[in-house]
Design a protein around this ligand. Structure first.
Ligand code: AMP
Length: 280
């Protein structure tokens, strides 16, 4: 596995691969890799000649009071995991390589960036869209892989790609979970033992709503109410938002619809966790 930290070296290699007729599959991450990340790499490995993974904790997507400084990092562990997953190139630039000056251009995906997660984290999706666009220009992938765990992020990226005619296919893969249902996340490492136990309630609430839908209870208000009752049983867990929304545009649904996504964000102590379930 080749490790690259320079943008020009990465671009040159991407050009060479493309000239040789190789397809490039790309998995952008912030590192501290877990099974969720690895599932994206495995899928990329199946469908692409060359698999490129980036690890970059992107400062522009963190708010001033957020966890940029304490975001977990594990260079050596991540390198070994990528190697074992059959990754061809690990691109891990320093912040000053990606942002040598005050970033002069930002990409804002209108509307969708300001609701739900975007309403709680102003500027977050502007940072995400901008860094993903930069990474696409550096890695030049044919296909890029994202996790459904960050559902709204997937909608933002797809809209950016469509709106700017980027020549990249976006594939979204299912959320990988711990045995008790908690969505894998690098931020789970922040959780104290009692918080970790309580965190399983998030998925319990999502699956309870899914069961209700299957049994014929589909009104969003009833689903939210049932979920809130479950979540309230955990005193240390505070709900940031809980919404039943349309799967394409994330507008809140007031009546039952054929397809819906339930999105949730909670706080457990100092840790913020998000999750979602797609009910089609
Ligand atoms: P991150 O390192 O958290 O920025 O995530 C990098 C990529 O991995 C994103 O596309 C995430 O949606 C995806 N991802 C994170 N957690 C999971 C998970 N539990 N299952 C599947 N994909 C995930």
């Amino acid at each position: 596995m080749k490790i690259i930290t320079s943008i020009s070296e990465m671009q040159n290699l991407a050009d060479t691969l493309r000239r040789e007729g190789k397809t490039i599959g790309f998995v952008p991450t912030m590192g501290f890799l877990h099974e969720g990340h690895l599932s994206l790499m495995q899928r990329a490995r199946q469908g692409s000649d060359s698999v490129i993974v980036s690890i970059f904790v992107n400062p522009t997507q963190f708010g001033p009071a957020e966890d940029f400084d304490r975001y977990p990092r594990d260079r050596e562990g991540d390198r070994a995991k990528c190697e074992a997953a059959g990754v061809d190139v690990l691109f891990m630039p320093e912040a000053k390589e990606m942002y040598p000056e005050k970033q002069p251009v930002f990409i804002t995906v209108e509307g969708i960036s300001d609701v739900l997660e975007g309403a709680v984290r102003p500027g977050h999706y502007r940072g995400v869209a901008t860094v993903v666009a930069k990474l696409f220009h550096i890695v030049k992938p044919h296909e890029a892989f994202f996790g459904q765990k960050d559902y709204q992020q997937c909608v933002v990226i797809k809209r950016m790609v469509r709106g700017l005619n980027m020549d990249v296919a976006i594939s979204v893969l299912p959320t990988v979970r711990e045995a008790d249902g908690l969505a894998m996340s690098s931020r789970n490492s922040y959780l104290q033992p009692d918080e970790r136990r309580a965190a399983a309630t998030i998925f319990r609430a999502l699956t309870a709503a899914e069961r209700l839908v299957r049994s014929g209870v589909t009104e969003p208000q009833k689903l939210k109410h049932a979920m809130q009752s479950l979540l309230q049983e955990e005193p240390g867990l505070a709900v940031d938002y809980l919404e039943v929304a349309g799967p394409e545009d994330l507008t809140p649904l007031s009546s039952a619809a054929a397809g819906m996504v339930i999105l949730i964000a909670v706080r457990l102590g100092r840790t913020r966790l998000i999750d979602n379930i797609l009910i089609l």
